[in-house]
Write a protein that binds this ligand. Structure first.
Ligand code: HEM
Length: 296
């Protein structure tokens, strides 16, 4: 940012500092010019004709999601780098930001319940065949996290740019792989699953046994434990979002098929078992109890 722009301190205070040396109005940095508010407010175009009242809500809520997805990806990319560099605190700190945003996103979906099923039908047909199914950034979050169900790619009408973005995500190690690599560097004898692989057999047992001490005595390796649990919470937030989304979908369209061509609620319910870190979820079930049940 140039000296002239920073001289008055907060960019949003605009001309209130009263200095003669400020550039003329219209050239100064303002809240609106910095954040491109006029341009942002031009980006909501109705498909329904005559315009259906609730379509504005529908557009804005999706756009808000995409903006938050952009930030989530930005932060998760940094989390990945911090993990590679062994900077566990920084990785954890930025993950906390992601977790807070995700909590907001889980709640946000319910704003749509202020729309009645019949109001939605006034513009739903106009959106056909567009669907949240095609959200590139949502798939990027999944792929980066470690949920690598590439069958979803078949249903996305990808532009060249989308194709490049998704393939770049598939070509890079997920957070899951990076976390296991970090654990290995920290002396844990875990097996590193291939992307999309669910560990089974001996490799699963080996990994479970290596992780068990981390969960039995969290305070011994507190930094790694809190990072592991933050990753589980990230996984959980994605699951919670899926659950809340499918319930909202059911309230709005019942058993109708989706505009993206799926069976709708039935398909979405089938995604509720997708997990990026199944072993981290399971390891707590392996902890032995210390006979405290029934304590008076
Ligand atoms: C009236 C509200 C909504 C309805 C009725 C709805 C409906 C659906 C349906 C039926 C699907 C399955 C794919 C299909 O056949 O279209 C789907 C998928 C999806 N929707 Fe929504 N949706 C709504 C709001 C949202 C919002 C606000 C978002 C935010 C980004 C969103 C994101 C997604 C995503 C990411 C998927 C893909 C999920 C997956 O494949 O795991 N949806 N939606």
């Amino acid at each position: 940012m140039s000296d002239e722009k920073t001289r008055s301190g907060c960019p949003f205070t605009g001309g209130t500092s009263g200095g003669d040396d400020l550039p003329p109005a219209g050239e100064r940095l303002t809240y609106n010019s910095y954040l491109k508010v006029p341009q942002l407010l031009e980006l909501q175009n109705f498909e329904s004709s005559p315009p259906a009242h609730d379509e504005l809500l529908f557009i804005i809520i999706h756009q808000a999601y995409e903006l938050w997805f952009k930030l989530i990806l930005f932060e998760l990319d940094q989390v990945a780098e911090e993990m590679d560099n062994g900077e566990v605190y920084e990785a954890w700190r930025l993950l906390q930001r992601v977790l807070q945003i995700e909590k907001l996103l889980v709640q946000q979906i319910h704003v749509l319940e202020t729309m009645t099923p019949s109001d939605f039908l006034k513009f739903r047909q106009a959106l056909n065949p567009a669907s949240g199914f095609q959200s590139i950034q949502f798939r990027e979050v999944e792929f980066l996290t470690g949920i690598r169900d590439t069958s979803v790619m078949r249903h996305i009408d990808q532009t060249d740019q989308d194709h490049r973005r998704l393939n770049a995500r598939l070509a890079e190690p997920s957070l899951r792989t990076r976390f296991y690599q970090l654990l290995q560097r920290e002396g844990f004898d875990v097996a590193i699953p291939e992307e999309g692989e669910v560990l089974e057999g001996e490799r699963r047992e080996q990994t479970m046994a290596a992780l068990e001490p981390l969960y039995r005595e969290p305070k011994e390796r507190f930094h790694l434990y809190t990072l592991a649990e933050s990753l589980v919470e990230h996984d959980q937030n994605i699951l919670l979002w899926r659950f809340h989304h499918v319930r909202v979908v059911e309230r709005l369209i019942g058993t109708k098929p989706g505009t993206g061509g799926s069976s709708g609620v039935e398909y979405l319910s089938s995604t509720l078992k997708k997990r990026a870190y199944p072993i981290l979820w399971e390891v707590r079930g392996q902890l032995y109890d210390d006979g405290m049940y029934g304590m008076k």
